[in-house]
Design a binder for this molecule. Sequence first.
Ligand code: SAH
Ligand code: SF4
Length: 356
Amino acid sequence: MDIRNLSFDELAQYLISIGEKPFRAGQVFEWLYKKDASTFEDMTTLSQPLRARLAADLRFTPAVIADQQKSEDGTTKFLFELSDGQHVEAVLIPSGPTAGRTTACISTQVGCKFGCRFCASGVAGWKRNLSTAEIMTQVLYVKRAAGKKRPLSHIVFMGIGEPMDNYDVLLKSIHLINSGKAAHIAARRITVSTSGVVPKILKLAEQDLQIELAISLHGYDNPSRDVLMPINTKYPIEKLMEACRAYGASKRRQITFEYILIKGVTVTPEAPAALKKLFKGLLCKMNLIPYNPVAEYPHQCPSHPEMLAFRSELEKAGIHATIRTPRGKDVNAACGQLRHAHQKGNHMASSFDKNG
Ligand code: SAH
Ligand code: SF4
């Protein structure tokens, strides 16, 4: 068992079980989450016998970076090699010129079983869930890479995988990220993005956590959403919107709808009026995401004037929408693209950097 799979209470219980005082849990957490220890040996405020006992009972798997690419805009993508040889990616997104934020985009699964027909993460199917330790390794690595000048301030679960399909691990990781004893990032700075796993949205609504919810909507009615997202046949758009209303009502927070811009599929003349109907009475905002081409799919991203025209049609329908500037376009920065390129063997050898 990797030590970063343990909650604070679980660690305290374990320490009691080996005859240690529970306050040692605070010291260990400090080494893990604040003082950036990489081995048990680094934890010099613990006695030598305790360090040896921890090393005998628990693992502390180091992060292995198989590939790293830094974009011109400062976005850096890290490809993590896991202990079973699988790969996932995490992205460090420095603040734009106006917003003072530094974001880590984190993966929750190896691959994805949801198979959205525009996304690189689903192309090779689903392999397995990540553990809490594998999620925390990404968070801590990106936090370290961000440094102290512009420290990590936000977490988005928008990497590879469907976070709600690894719900228990997701929740445990969020508690660790949020906890003052661990990574200490405010809940409202943590965003979970989902393709629309309705029962889990409802479950999350019941949690006493003010985290941000983002919905990958990518369609304006059942037929348009069915084309891109197989999950819509299981949880159709009206059920999804009901769950969003429940989440919004319970948290009194606005929900973000992500909407991929694909010519003739999501960008159509009927979309704005249909979206207006969907969003009626809901506190929400909309992010328009230009489609990032993936070779396996035939879609086309609209031209810039077409995107602007679509946004102004939305504004006319009373929907405020922001076109997201693609970050790290030169480094396969859309969801799952670096891992996918790596699997196909065509990642950029020139930017290969073994040690990160
Ligand atoms: N599985 C979750 C979180 C990961 S995807 C979800 O689907 O919400 C993060 C975001 O990137 C989603 O909104 C997803 O739809 C979007 N995305 C995936 N592939 C993309 C592509 N090729 N171009 C633009 N956005 C993409
Ligand atoms: Fe999975 Fe999200 Fe990609 Fe869909 S968009 S295949 S749910 S990672």
